[in-house]
Design a protein around this ligand. Structure first.
Ligand SMILES: Nc1nc2c(c(=O)[nH]1)N[C@H]1C(S)=C(S)[C@@H](COP(=O)(O)OP(=O)(O)OC[C@H]3O[C@@H](n4cnc5c(N)ncnc54)[C@H](O)[C@@H]3O)O[C@H]1N2
Ligand code: MOO
Length: 378
């Protein structure tokens, strides 16, 4: 399947259900319903300045003091009367303005001063009224969204559920810590999968390490407590690569089985008969990164209803050999001017990608200086 088509297919997954979460754990979540104000904001006429709330013409007799968080002034403020007031305090009913201290002269229990153009009173409901839509569905719960929701009296938000992801790292040779011994490799794919899932709005994430064994792989996929199962390694044609046969046993429907790109062509997207998504990433680490950006990130973003940023299109310079039957993904550095290819990319090595900012998607007719889509690396 062509690379762009594979990415688009992964992005067609329907968003998962919704849930209510407290504001304290809603940061970064995608709103599944608009945020509507429960309370007016401000909830009462309130002073915008520290000074004196006055009624009628001055000078005014100072009758008392009201501060934020304290009960408002009992009764009405008669013309010629003032109360000292703090920012955020309830403004007495008939007060016409707040005079900031800076424009006031106080003499004993009398205050005088010129009224300003602004009355320095924030009126009840001038910012929002109960029921007002503050933020539409589909937006990310940013810090300001959470603050606005709190200001509007809200304790919980309705957000899209995050897809839970189980990562099955296969390979008898794979070790999880330290310097690998003879015939061994360190697992380089788990950190990549974790970063992509996080960026796409997925989680929580669980890891399991599996020997190359079809039965183990089948039962791990079948029993995973996850919406998405990522299988690393096992995607190709070798005697220890069991994903294809296991998916067949699980009655899977293949959406993508091989992508016309280099590296990373042996990648798989399927849904098991039980409705679980399975993404197969090639074991070669740079190929796995490419496949992660091709299938895993768009899939998780779609399930999470999280917006997937469109890649930038930039001129790309440097040396890379286009792949005649599809696209080549080349690590690039970004800065002022064109994207520059980092030389030395190889399927089994992340060295070039590790100093790159993005992956350029080079078409078969690309020549240095030609434009290409550039995916940001996580
Ligand atoms: N006869 C064929 N052989 C291969 C083909 C093919 O089309 N026909 N494709 C090659 C390509 S391209 C790739 S990519 C790999 C994909 O292999 P698998 O996904 O089946 O993965 P493995 O064979 O298990 O491993 C490949 C390579 O990657 C290392 N590896 C595996 N897991 C990890 C990990 N978590 N972290 C770091 N490195 C890992 C593994 O040791 C191997 O060196 O197949 C080619 N063969
Ligand atoms: O996925 Mo392989 O190159 O394409 O290493």
């Amino acid at each position: 399947m062509p690379w762009a088509r594979a990415r688009a297919v992964a992005a067609t997954a329907a968003a998962l259900g919704t849930e209510r979460v407290p504001l304290s754990s809603a940061a970064g979540r995608i709103l599944a319903a608009p945020v509507r104000a429960l309370a007016a904001s401000p909830a009462f006429d309130t002073a915008a300045m520290d000074g004196y709330a006055v009624a009628g013409c001055g000078p005014w007799r100072i009758a008392g003091r009201v501060l934020a968080g304290r009960p408002g002034w009992a009764g009405t403020l008669a013309p010629g009367v003032a109360v000292e007031i703090g920012t955020g305090a309830i403004v007495p009913d008939t007060a016409e303005a707040v005079l900031p201290y800076e424009v006031c002269r106080v003499d004993g229990d009398t205050v005088s001063g010129a009224r300003e153009v602004k009355d320095h009173i924030r009126r009840a409901g001038e910012d929002a009224r109960p029921g007002d839509e503050l933020v539409p569905a589909g937006r990310t719960a940013t810090a300001a969204v959470l603050g606005a929701a709190a200001q509007a009296g809200i304790d919980e938000l309705t957000v899209h559920r995050r897809p839970a992801v189980a990562v099955l790292v296969t390979g008898d040779e794979v070790v999880t810590r330290g310097v690998p011994g003879p015939g061994q490799v360190r697992d380089a794919l788990s950190p990549i999968v974790a970063a992509l899932v996080e960026r796409a709005g997925g989680g929580p994430l669980a890891h399991e390490y599996l020997r190359d064994d079809a039965r183990l792989l089948r039962s791990a996929i079948d029993s995973a407590d996850a919406d998405v199962v990522v299988v690393t390694g096992s995607s190709s044609a070798g005697a220890a690569d069991h994903l294809t046969s296991v998916l067949a046993e699980l009655g899977a429907r293949w959406l993508v089985n091989g992508v016309r790109c280099r590296p990373g062509h042996p990648q798989v997207l399927a849904v098991t008969a039980a409705g679980r998504w399975v993404v197969g990433l090639p074991g070669n680490p740079f190929a796995g990164l490419v496949a992660g950006l091709t299938l895993l990130e768009p899939l998780v973003a779609a399930l999470a209803a999280s917006p997937l940023p469109a890649p930038a299109t930039l001129p790309v310079v440097g040396a890379a050999r286009p792949y005649p039957d599809g696209v080549r993904l080349a690590p690039v550095e970004l800065g002022a001017g064109p994207a520059r290819i980092v030389p030395g990319a190889r399927s089994g090595s992340l060295r070039a990608a590790a100093i790159a900012d993005g992956l350029a998607v080079l078409g078969p007719r690309w020549v240095t200086g030609g434009r290409a889509a550039v995916l940001a690396l996580p």
